[in-house]
Design a protein around this ligand. Structure first.
Ligand SMILES: CCCCC/C=C\CCC/C=C/CC(=O)SCCNC(=O)CCNC(=O)[C@H](O)C(C)(C)COP(=O)(O)OP(=O)(O)OC[C@H]1O[C@@H](n2cnc3c(N)ncnc32)[C@H](O)[C@@H]1OP(=O)(O)O
Length: 302
């Protein structure tokens, strides 16, 4: 269904983005001459993108049931939709969230890294790298609305955002738990965590594969705010409204200055990282660990 409508925002607000917040706070909604803002919903099978009611903001919702595992398809759709948002200069901020009840994302799709061939592992890992690079270096303001469990690759995805709001439900946990599966978080996962919670806390969390319940995640700095479950998305949107008050060029240059050196670490050796992944994941011992882990997950219900 096409929900095309056009809202006009005054050019002065686009030139001075921080003015938009003030204007809307004053109740300014008059469509006056200026730049067209598309309010059309778009997206794809697994990623829905909807413009939020605030100008310049979109909500990107992952819907890859049952657990939003990061399949090759989901990763590809995510990157395509992010690129669309970035190319549409009317968007300045995006909330990332999930459509799967109680789960933000279960991380990498284990069926993509278990029982496949080396060419598939290479293709998949390239897509994981691409997702991280695009999100981590995005010029857009990204806020993760973590409305459920957020292990491993799901946690990584949220760590690429500029701010994390998590549902205050002790049933949910967040963290890089790779060691529990007998696998190792690659250096760029580690770097992203270190940049967020510091070296000592990362070392402990990574070695032990810690999954933090919300209160501990807040204490360690893995998330920025806890709110009741039904307020996760609205809080994420109001955080974005605050960030929108900062002039884009200054914020973007600052973000790039903070993040580029970390991203360069991977950009300089993408191929080597793919080769490392393929040879690591293809080992019999690693495949056995993953099979056992998957079997345990599947047995849980039985
Ligand atoms: C020295 C050189 C080093 C180089 C190394 C390079 C790289 C190696 C590192 C690679 C990095 C990997 C990062 C990852 O993301 S690995 C994935 C880790 N994910 C997890 O551990 C999460 C596993 N899932 C869960 O804990 C739970 O499913 C849950 C998310 C908490 C949800 O629980 P619940 O609601 O109870 O749902 P179920 O457990 O019953 O699951 C439903 C259904 O979904 C299947 N499933 C769950 N998670 C995954 C997954 N990640 N991938 C694929 N499938 C998954 C689960 O098996 C159930 O399936 P069935 O309905 O068929 O039983």
């Amino acid at each position: 269904m096409a929900l095309t409508a056009v809202v006009r925002i005054p050019t002065r607000a686009l030139l001075r983005p921080w003015a938009r917040l003030r204007d809307s706070a004053l109740g300014w909604m008059e469509p006056v001459g200026g730049v067209e803002v598309s309010t059309q919903r778009f997206g794809s099978q697994r990623v829905l993108v909807e413009p939020a009611s605030a100008a310049g903001v979109a909500v990107m919702t992952f819907k890859n049931p049952p657990v939003n595992s990061l399949s090759l398809e989901l990763l590809t759709e995510l990157v395509i939709n992010l690129e669309k948002l970035e190319n549409d200069k009317t968007f300045r901020g995006v909330v990332l969230t999930s459509d799967c009840p109680g789960i933000f994302s279960a991380g990498l799709d284990l069926t993509e890294i278990c029982g496949r061939n080396p060419a598939h592992y290479a293709e998949y890992w390239k897509a994981v790298q691409e997702m991280w690079l695009r999100l981590y270096l995005s010029n857009l303001m990204l806020v993760a609305a973590i409305n459920g469990a957020c292990p491993a690759g799901g946690c990584l995805m949220s760590l690429t955002c500029d701010y994390r709001v998590m549902a205050d439900n002790p049933k949910y946990a967040i963290g890089l738990n790779e060691t529990l599966l007998g696998i190792v978080a690659p250096f760029w996962f580690k770097d992203t965590l270190v940049n967020t919670i510091g070296h000592r806390a990362s070392e402990r969390a990574l070695q032990l594969g810690l999954l933090f319940p919300p209160t501990e995640a807040l204490q360690v700095g893995m998330v920025d705010r806890l709110v009741p479950e039904d307020q996760v998305q609205s809080t994420a949107l109001s955080v974005l409204a605050q960030w929108m008050a900062i002039p884009d060029h200054a914020r973007q240059l600052t973000k790039n200055m903070m993040r580029k050196p970390t991203a360069d670490g991977l950009l300089k050796k993408r191929d080597e990282d793919i080769q490392n992944f393929v040879s690591f994941i293809s080992r019999d011992s690693i495949q056995k660990s993953l099979q056992m882990y998957l079997a345990k997950l599947r047995q849980k219900k039985g």
